[in-house]
Structures are given as C-alpha cells and as structure tokens.
Design a protein around this ligand. Sequence first.
Ligand SMILES: Cc1cc2nc3c(=O)[nH]c(=O)nc-3n(C[C@H](O)[C@H](O)[C@H](O)COP(=O)(O)OP(=O)(O)OC[C@H]3O[C@@H](n4cnc5c(N)ncnc54)[C@H](O)[C@@H]3O)c2cc1C
Ligand code: SF4
Length: 573
Amino acid sequence: MQIKESSKEYDAVIVGSGAGGGMAAKVLAEAGLSIAIIEAGPYFDPADKDMKTQLRGTWESPRRGAGTLRSFGDFHAGLSGWEIPGEPYEALGDTEFAWWRTRMLGGRTNHWGRISLRFGPDDFHRKDLDGLGENWPISYDDIAPYYDKVDKLIGVFGTNENLPNDPDSFFLPPPKPRLHELYATEAGKKVGIPIIPGRLSMVTKKINKDRGVCFYCNQCARSCAVYADFSAGSCLIFPAMKSRGQVDLFTNCMAREVITDDTGKATAVSYISKDDRQEYEIKGKVIVLAASAVETARLLMNSSAPGQTNGLGNGSGTLGRYLHDSTGCGTSAFIPALMDREMYNEDGVGGMHIYAPWWGKGKKLDFPRGYHLEIYGGMGMPSYGFGGNLTKIQEMLGHKVGGYGNPMLKEVKAMYGATVGIAARGESVALYDNYCTTHPSKVDQWGIPTMQFHYKWTDNERKQAKHAQESIREILTAMGGELFEPEVPSYENDHGLLAPGAIIHEVGTTRMMDDPKQGVCDRNSRLHEVPNVYVADAGVFTSQADKNPTWTIMALAWRAADHIISERKKLNI
Ligand SMILES: Cc1cc2nc3c(=O)[nH]c(=O)nc-3n(C[C@H](O)[C@H](O)[C@H](O)COP(=O)(O)OP(=O)(O)OC[C@H]3O[C@@H](n4cnc5c(N)ncnc54)[C@H](O)[C@@H]3O)c2cc1C
Ligand code: SF4
C-alpha cells in the first residue's frame, strides 16, 4: 500500500479527541503550538440542529419510544458502543472482557455519567497501605494543582466535606436532592453510611461566556446543546480551535502506527482514512497518544523502533499488562412510600444528585480497597420501552398480576418513580495477568490487528462485591424497600460482579513507574524509551481508585501537556 505523507510537520500530533486528547489539545493550543488531532470517528457538535437529540421525545426516535437494542437508547449520544462492525475483539480462554468504544469527536465524554471525582492522597500509595499492587511514582500533591485547574476550567458541583480521601474542591452549587434521594440520605444515616451531595460536571452557575447553565432536563447522555455538561468536544476541542495555536482536525481517521526514525525518535503517525481507505502520515515533533487505554496500547503494540520489536516503548514487557477496570455491582428495590405521588417534573441533571463516598477506611474488612455508591431513581421523563418491572411489583404488593387498558395504566402511573437502584463502583487490584494484546493474525476492516483480552476477577474483588451488595441492601431496606433480588448473588456468580470492562473505566495498560523495567511511562506520562511520545489517557494509571477515572485522566493530561511545553522551551524535544 502506498502511504501518503504530508510535508507539514506539526508541533504535536494528538491521537484521540476524548477526555485526555481534548485536554492536551486545549493546553498545547493555548500555548501557541500547531496541532493535528487524529480522531477515528466523525465530527460531532451537540448544538448542531442536525445532530442534537436533547429535548426530543422518545416517541420521535426510530422505534417511536419502543425498547431498543442500541445500548442506552436511540437518542444516546454515543455513536458506537460495545460492538463496532468490522472491528471485533475477543476474550481469551475462559476469561471475560467488555470493551466500550465511542468513535466520534469528544469520544466517550459525549455521554459519560459525568461523575467527576478526584483521587485522594491514599489512592496514590495503596501498596504502602495494603501491600498489594504498586504505588504511583507521583503523590496527590503532584496532581492536586491540576485537579484545581480542571475544576475551575470545566466546573463540577459538590460540597466541601473535609473527608480525608475524597478531597474538597472548587465546587459549584449542587442541585437539590430529589425525593428518593432524601429517602436514601435518611436511610444512609440509619445504617451508618454517610450520603452526601454528588460531584458531577454539569455547570449549575455561569462560569464563562461560551457555556450555558444547566436547566435540569436530565438528558446529559444525549450531550448538552448549551454546553452545560462537560464534553471534550464542546468544552476543550472547540475552545482549542479558537485559541492562538493552530488546530487541524482529522476526523474519520483511524491511527495505525507511530512512525520512528533510525534513532528511535517518533516522527509521525500513520492513519487510515475511513473515507477513501488509503493510508496517510502526519508528521509531528511530539506525539500524544490519547485514544483510550486499550487503543493506545494497541497503537504502541503495532509500532516499533530500532531495537524495539516487541511494541514501541515496551522494554519493560508491561505494555497492555495491569489492565484493570472498576468493580461494579448493584441492585434495586420498590419503595412503597414513594408510590401514588402527584405527577410533577422531577428532572434534574442527567445523573445522581447524591452519592456515598467510601466510608470503610480504618474498618476491619476482609478485602482490600473500597468502593462508592451511586443512587438512581426518581420521576424523570420516561425512557424507552415498557420498563418498571410491573408484574414483579404487582406480585410484591399482592395485586392481581398482569392487566390491560385504563386500570393497568393507572397502576403503572401509581408505581412510577418508586423504584430506586444503587450501584457500587470499586477499586480492583492491578495484576500482571490481566492484560490486552494484539491478535497474532486477525486484523480489522482497516487492516489493523484486533485486540484480545485476558482478565479474571480474584477473591479480592468478589469479597468487595459481597460487602457492597450487603450495604446496598441495608440502605434499600432502611428506605422501606421491597428488594427485587433479596439474596446476594452467590460466590459462584462472583457476588454479582459485572464482567471486567463493563464499568468502562479501563486503565493501566501503559502504567507510569519510575523504574523503566516496571512500566511503560515515566512520572510525566512520557514513554521511558521514546522521549517525544506521551500518553494522555488512563493507560498511565498505576492503580485505579474507588473513584471514576476521568477527572484524573484530565488532570494528568494537563500535567503532561505542561511537561511538553517545558521540554520544548528547553529544546529537549
Ligand atoms: C456510559 C458511560 C458512562 C461513564 N461514566 C463515567 C463517569 O461518570 N465518570 C467517569 O469518570 N468516567 C465515566 N466513564 C468513562 C469515561 O467516559 C472515560 O474514562 C473517558 O472518556 C476516557 O477518556 P479518554 O480520552 O481516555 O478516551 P475516550 O473518551 O474514549 O476518547 C478516545 C478517543 O480516541 C478515539 N480513537 C480511538 N482509537 C483511535 C485510533 N486508532 N485513531 C484515532 N482515534 C482513535 C476515539 O474515537 C475517541 O474519540 C463513562 C463511560 C461511559 C461509556
Ligand atoms: S441536565 Fe443540564 S447539563 Fe444535562 S443536558 Fe440537560 S441542561 Fe444540559
């Protein structure tokens, strides 16, 4: 195949336009650098009337509101999902992995849950605390100034609570709790689980002239047309394009390889254009990989340099290793006290207004690390399909099961908004044996080797899930709830743990370690072996916390971009 090279050399080529790539683009462009962003998906702007799905009734969707096979529904902003036609992946042996990919400008930030939690001081040195895994080479103090900057730039609501491992911040005012959330908070008090206002990145107060303020339509998963929720396109890439740097967007372009010269320095990125299926090259003085943890590992595995035939920057042999996702499990209950309410608009932000940060520090537990609880429910606009577990609720209430016509409609209305779900998201321990790697022979429709996953939970995660399931049941029961699934799932069923990958917090494939024999990246997110290649996604995480990862991805991407700027000033790259 003939590769088409462009003569222009950019100061930086960034692969991926999600949380990490968007942040790197914004910081580098504002410093005046010329930047090429290579993005595998199409252009997307939620404010564009042809792309906007916010505020459209479910009945306007292709199946007119009926249940849909598309994950999260027809109007969801994610243009791809668990499966992408022509781009398969597989789990090895009896292991499992679910891989969510969103191919579009802004990546998964167009429809993420926007739970925006900082890691705490303990989260950077877990090995010191429980002897498992590894400590990060950096501490909370190294990243805290970047969390502060991210908070101020993007906006996150919440409350300062003086919790030791869930740091306070520059919070915008949180939205008021809804009725089910008031019930859950009270129940939390009864069972000794403190529940506090949520911490999410929807703007509840004007922060700049480019972004509107949330008007509580509850549809952030469709991406906000007034840019009141954080999406990398609207909040980072578009401002980068208006800044003093020069930003060129290459959408629908699937990066394939980092190209290096005889000295091992990276010089360009090659990509396949999805429009003409031809291969091109874009030259850059610095390459920033932010295609998401697994895609970045894949790119490096498909690249090489003199003496580096096992993937680029993989002298440690850890590329793709230590892949880990948050643990996830949960259940729900019907709360009779919430039945028979007047119908009123109970919309809020598209996510929870409250949550329970991990409360188990210092307690005697039979598992390492912790988890937090996310609480869902309320009387928002109905979603797709005929949900609500009607027959089960009828059974629980001793009503006649089934029905039709007006009596059934009345019953459905009476039950509406009375189901509450609680989900746990926890920290798993990063293991060498949990990994992703490229298939030895299979390629996708672009000719790029596909990915294989090898991932198993251990008893650490199973025991954590059991504890979470019991805590969730305690809260729901204290709310007066009738549990849909009263028994905690058995050990054989992993106590209800979802498959690895299913929480979509995959991290750790190019982890940062000071010792080049133990990790792919150094403490500045730069490849140990290729000084002009940086990683700006969750690949660099040495360990996940009991927090969702995106705020940390962005803080680290900003830190890496600052390092690039300072190295350029010193003429090192
Ligand atoms: C439904 C859902 C809910 C979530 N909720 C939360 C939450 O509440 N809190 C939280 O912290 N996290 C949440 N997450 C996770 C969060 O979305 C990710 O952590 C975050 O988006 C990762 O940022 P990233 O930049 O690494 O990757 P992405 O946002 O996935 O961006 C990567 C970009 O790279 C592009 N790309 C991939 N491969 C290539 C290639 N070869 N060439 C060119 N471009 C490429 C992709 O198209 C994409 O645009 C959620 C995710 C999902 C799907
Ligand atoms: S809930 Fe608020 S931030 Fe979310 S889409 Fe609606 S208006 Fe925008």
